[in-house]
Design a protein around this ligand. Structure first.
Ligand code: GLC
Length: 744
């Protein structure tokens, strides 16, 4: 969507770049076909296997010890994941290329989710910057550091929409909204793959977890996913599709069953939808042993059945299961699988290897001088800026920003924790490179002005109050002007298999807050977390709450920049913070129902509401405060009537009415008033990050092609209809400024 910003001082038009290279490359296809003619069946199956290394002792399929070097020499493995040591990767590559019969190069994949050496904020945090260019740049930097490390392929972007903070993997995604999630997914693919996959500083992207893994029931990781196709097409599919449209060359099938069939054996998902309907030409890798796990799901009797089911679903590469190489020949010999299908599965893997330039020069990734690529100063500075833009000011009664010379009591488990601020999925990141809150605040305010104590532990192995921790915390609070209290969840609590029934602040941290409250000192909560939490009590007790997330290597300087006022907070939530975990799933784009609640803020009966608490979340999608104020006015629907295929234009005036420069995120929401299926009460269909000097006014013009208003009909067709729409523009999903337009 093109956006035009009419500033009172200048006019600028912003357009988004074009998509990345096509997945199917004719030259690569020709070469792959030629090569396949020379390959034995076993060698073809080898290209469909991905093994792992474990601290240098390499093993084959997870848990199955095998002589990996001989498997490589025999061409029985085509890929490795999680090789963190460049020399080991190059050793294996040399063996494959120089000692196997056909010299087919290996492809190395790894989870570079939010940075490789420089760790950026976790993805949910980055999404709160709403800065699409910055999202792309973070992926670009991650790709450069990865490629230099002989990593050819990242298992990212994670495109799973989720509305359930009990599911710990929300930290890896872009929140609850399909429109924003789609923009972010495409930007990450562009960042990773650039405009030429064969360049030595671009890597293959991987769209995961296909599909709808973010909808696991009860927020329990790996759980069942069951939803209507309509819901899937409207809410969960768009980010995957956007990433594919941006040219992603691989996809990862998810652990969960989907409409009754595990994704790794789900032909509708991996073939009918992904390839026939969406035109995907790359290859699909399973998630970790997900092929073999179909036995446990109960849709395969043994590894042989699982391999057959996955192959027939058109899943190309078996991550760690070992069932393809173990049973493939017998499946072909007994006629259960045709060699023609194996050729297809193998061809799609080989094409990507050609596209990466691995046949031309198998060592092109890993030649670079690491000291010239890792931790570049300009990239570290960018990481600091992105971390600050990702943080969200949730409450501020005026205590922030802190004046020069303020005496600070810095307290809590994450204030000086190099590892926790990196979150989950730390790539090749090094905790020793983290700059903590404590280090940065001492530097910014003077060591003599920062008193610190940890007071309690929180993490995988140690939890709870430290002996005398509260007493020490109270003591330094009484010697200070203000308390900065770093609480929440540790980096270990983010990412895979950390689902929680409770998303409240741990009990001991609540005790710490209560004790500090007694001192009468102003308290600023610095909330470290990888997910929305149930923090209504803490918000009430604190004078300010800054959501710092797990903001990566440069989290500390970002916190110092914000609490000192050197930078003005600009983050806006991309996932609702529930008022209570009992509300989950709670999200802004819910349906009106036949009995909508009269008020979102009151408990009530005989309507779609609770009798014990309000409906409204604690903080809604799109919410975020600043040290200044922005006023939205003069919403104009410039095109009251638009033909199908036309463009809706809406303008609004935004004024910075405060005394400080700042950035706000103007958001545009629509509602389709009468449609063929029930539609959300609001849908995000445009946004613009606006930098405004104190007193400055800008007129923002949004352009929404009617194609962006398409939705899934009961016959599963996705299209826009004629009809009437409301439109709102404002600084969060409760935007009040309203207009109306009609599609004719
Ligand atoms: C994990 C994750 C997936 C990751 C893969 C390889 O289990 O589910 O996101 O890419 O295995 O580490």
């Amino acid at each position: 969507m093109k956006r035009v910003i009419l500033s009172l001082f200048a006019l600028s038009v912003v357009a988004i770049g074009s998509a990345a290279p096509q997945a199917s490359d004719k030259e690569a296809l020709r070469n792959a076909n030629k090569l396949i003619k020379q390959m034995t069946l076993r060698e073809k199956l080898g290209q469909l296997e991905q093994f792992i290394t474990r601290n240098g002792v390499v093993t084959g399929p997870e848990g199955v010890k095998c002589d990996i070097d001989s498997a490589v020499r025999k061409g029985e493995v085509g890929s490795f994941l999680s090789i963190r040591n460049r020399n080991e990767a190059l050793r294996l590559q040399k063996m494959a290329v120089e000692e196997s019969r056909l010299g087919i190069p290996l492809i190395f994949g790894y989870d570079i989710i939010h940075g490789c050496k420089i760790i950026f904020p976790e993805n949910l945090a980055i999404s709160c910057s709403w800065n699409i260019d910055a999202v792309e740049r973070s992926a670009r930097i991650a790709a450069e550091e990865s490629a230099a490390s002989a990593i050819h392929w990242t298992f990212s972007p994670m495109c799973d929409i989720s509305v359930d903070p009990r599911w710990s993997r929300v930290s890896e995604g872009a929140g609850e909204d399909p429109y924003l999630g789609s923009k972010i997914a495409a930007a990450m693919v562009r960042g990773y793959q650039g405009d030429d996959l064969a360049k030595s500083n671009t890597i293959a992207a991987c769209v995961k977890h296909f599909a709808a893994y973010g909808a696991v029931q009860a927020g329990k990781d790996y759980n069942t996913v069951d939803m209507s196709e309509l819901m899937f097409r409207d809410i969960y599919l768009p980010p995957y599709k956007a990433a594919l449209d941006a040219g992603a060359v691989t996809v990862m099938s998810s652990f969960n069953d989907f409409m009754g069939v595990p994704a790794s054996g789900n032909k509708w998902l991996l073939y009918d939808l992904l390839r026939k309907e969406l035109g995907f030409k790359g290859f699909v890798v399973s998630d970790w042993k997900a092929v073999n796990e179909m036995i446990i799901h109960g849709v395969a009797a043994d590894g042989r059945d699982a391999a057959e089911l996955a192959m027939k679903a058109h899943l190309n590469m078996d991550m760690l299961g070992g069932d393809y190489i173990a049973h493939g020949e017998e499946l072909v010999r007994t006629g259960r699988i045709s060699e023609k299908l194996i050729d297809e599965l193998c061809r799609e893997v080989l094409v990507v290897k050609y596209q990466l330039g691995l046949f031309e020069d198998p060592y092109r990734y890993g030649k670079q001088n690491l000291s010239e690529v890792y931790y570049r100063p300009e990239n570290m500075q960018f990481a600091r800026e992105l971390a600050a833009e990702s943080m969200v000011l949730l409450k501020n009664n005026g205590v922030l920003p802190l004046a020069e010379g303020t005496k600070i009591a810095l307290i809590g488990p994450f204030a000086d924790s190099k590892i926790d601020q990196l979150g989950a999925w730390r790539g090749l990141g090094e905790a020793k490179r983290s700059v903590t809150f404590r280090t940065a605040l001492e530097e910014r305010f003077g060591k003599e002005n920062v008193l610190y104590t940890k007071a309690c532990e929180c993490g995988r192995y140690k939890n709870g109050l430290i002996e005398g921790g509260i007493e020490e915390a109270v003591k330094i609070a009484e010697q200070s002007d203000v308390v900065l209290l770093s609480i929440g969840l540790s980096g270990w609590h983010s990412g895979e298999s950390r689902s929680r029934a409770s998303i409240s602040i741990p009990e001991d941290q609540q005790q710490l807050l209560d004790a500090l409250k007694q001192t009468g000192k102003k308290i600023v909560v610095l909330l470290s977390t990888g997910r929305p939490m149930d923090i209504r009590n803490e918000v009430e007790k604190a004078d300010a709450v800054l959501l710092t997330w797990h903001a990566g290597t440069m989290a500390g300087p970002a916190v110092a920049d914000l609490v000192s006022g050197d930078k003005n907070p600009s983050g806006h939530l991309t996932m609702s913070f529930p008022y209570s975990v009992g509300q989950v799933p709670v999200h802004y784009n819910s349906k009106n129902t036949g009995r909508p609640a009269k008020s979102q803020f009151k408990a009530q009966g005989y309507s779609c509401s609770y009798v014990d608490i309000r409906n409204a979340p604690l903080f809604p999608f799109g919410y975020g405060l600043s040290y200044t104020e922005f006023e939205y006015s003069d919403l104009k629907v410039l095109t009251p009537e638009v033909p199908l295929g036309g463009v809706v234009k809406v303008s609004v005036k935004v004024k910075n009415v405060g005394k400080r420069d700042g950035v706000d995120v103007a958001q545009l929401y629509v509602r389709d008033i009468v449609a063929e299926t029930t539609r959300p009460v609001r849908e995000l269909k445009g946004f613009e990050r606006l930098s405004l000097k104190a007193g400055e006014v800008k007129v923002v013009e949004f352009e929404i092609p009617t194609s962006d208003l398409a939705y899934c009909h009961s016959d599963m067709s996705v299209k826009a209809d004629a009809g009437d729409f409301y439109v709102w523009v404002g600084a969060d999903s409760n935007a009040k400024l309203k207009g109306q337009f009609k599609i004719k």
